[in-house]
Design a binder for this molecule. Structure first.
Ligand SMILES: [Fe+2]
Length: 243
C-alpha cells in the first residue's frame, strides 16, 4: 500500500460558500449511519451549507474511506472523525511540516499493517502535501537531528519551554527547506489517503488560512484500537465533541 494516494472516487459536492464561525467536531466510536447526520447538522449550523446535501457528501466520504481501509469488518468497525471549520487566521502563515505519529495502540498481530488517515476539504484550500520521496524524508530527519537535541540523549532533560522553542525553530527551518519543493496536487473533492506512524508517512501541513475553510479527516480501526486512542487523549468513546 502506498503511503500517499488519492482515492479514485468522486464525492458529491456540497456548495458551501462561507463559514459563520470557527468550530470543531470530533467523534471517536462506532461507525454508524447516524454519524453523517450529526456531522451534517454541525456543518449546517456553522456554514451556509444545506443539511441534506451535506449528509450525502459526508456519507460518501465515510463510506469511500471505510471501503478503502484494509481489514475485516471488526478491524474497522470504529473511527475517529473530525471536522475543522475555520475563519481566516494567521496560524499557518509559516507551514507546519510534519508527519503524523502513531495514533493508537495497534491490535496484536496488526502492528505491521499500514494505517491511514483520509482527508477531504469541502471549502477553502486543501492540506499541503509533499511527495513521499527520500529527499523529503532526509530533510525531516536532518531537521530533527539539528533541533530536537534531547532525542536519544538520555543525560539531558528538556523542559516544555525548551521543546516548544525547538519545535518553533525547526518549523521555520523546514519552511525554508521546503519552500521550493513541489507539492502533491490535490483538487477539490479529492479524498487523500496518507499513512501515519511510519518512517515513510507523508510530510504535510495545514495550508495558509487566507479563506474560510471546512476540512475533515477520518481514520478507521477496531474498537480496542479506538478505545486506546480515547485513553491517550482523555476523551470518551462514543461521544460527539462539538466545540
Ligand atoms: Fe498531521
Amino acid at each position: 500500500m502506498s503511503s500517499l494516494h488519492i482515492l479514485p472516487v468522486a464525492v458529491p459536492e456540497s456548495p458551501l460558500t462561507f463559514v459563520k464561525r470557527s468550530a470543531t467536531f470530533s467523534y471517536y466510536g462506532k461507525l454508524c449511519k447516524s454519524l453523517a447526520h450529526h456531522a451534517a447538522k454541525f456543518v449546517t449550523e456553522n456554514t451556509d451549507g444545506v443539511e441534506n446535501e451535506l449528509i450525502t457528501t459526508l456519507q460518501a466520504f465515510l463510506e469511500a474511506s471505510h471501503s478503502d481501509c484494509m481489514g475485516d469488518p471488526s478491524e474497522k468497525s470504529c473511527c475517529w472523525f473530525t471536522i475543522r471549520i475555520t475563519k481566516p487566521n494567521n496560524a499557518f502563515d509559516i507551514p507546519r511540516w510534519h508527519q503524523d505519529g502513531r495514533m493508537f495502540q495497534y491490535d496484536e498481530g496488526r502492528e505491521a499493517v499500514a494505517r491511514s488517515k483520509y482527508a477531504l476539504t469541502i471549502l477553502g484550500p486543501p492540506t499541503l502535501l509533499l511527495p513521499a520521496d527520500s529527499a523529503v524524508f532526509e530533510t525531516i530527519t536532518n531537521g530533527e537531528e539539528k533541533f530536537l537535541w534531547w532525542r536519544g540523549n538520555e543525560g539531558k532533560k528538556s523542559t516544555e519551554k525548551d521543546r516548544d522553542e525547538a519545535y518553533d525553530a525547526m518549523r521555520e527551518w523546514l519552511s525554508d527547506e521546503f519552500r521550493e519543493t513541489d507539492r502533491v496536487a490535490v483538487t477539490k473533492g479529492d479524498i487523500v489517503r496518507f499513512s501515519w506512524g511510519r518512517n515513510d508517512s507523508p510530510v504535510h501541513s495545514e495550508p495558509q488560512m487566507l479563506m474560510d475553510r471546512v476540512f475533515m479527516t477520518v481514520l478507521h480501526g477496531s474498537e480496542a484500537e479506538l478505545r486506546s486512542m480515547c485513553e491517550f487523549r482523555a476523551v470518551e468513546f462514543g461521544k460527539i465533541y462539538n466545540e
